[in-house]
Design a protein around this ligand. Sequence first.
Ligand SMILES: [Zn+2]
Ligand SMILES: [Zn+2]
Length: 129
Amino acid sequence: MSRSEGPLSEGPFALPVPYAITRRPDGLFIEWDTEGHAWLYPARPLRLACRCASCTDEMSGRPLLDPAQVPSSIAPDSVALVGGYGLRVRWSDGHDTGIYTFERLRAACGCERCRPASSSGPLVQQPDR
Ligand SMILES: [Zn+2]
Ligand SMILES: [Zn+2]
């Protein structure tokens, strides 16, 4: 058996890669394919989810970012691809050290396909005993 190394080697674990990324004042609109699989990632929650060293403590994993420091008008100023596996977003507050991997973005997709039908929505959960 030969070992394949490197993130770009083809394998059984195909990384999700967006078909199109549209920067909008209210967030990032990512299309995962050409058949309508798309989701708008709202700007502020995305900014708050930054996992860079200054927003998240590397040792404990605790968030260091105070949500009160992030204005509600936060918007992505620019978006750049990183190594074919993620995105680097420059925010209107000047923060640009966070990288959002496609894997993570895909996992956070809130479309009906990824979050199967629940008429009550993700914020309303009723324990069923
Ligand atoms: Zn950050
Ligand atoms: Zn989805």
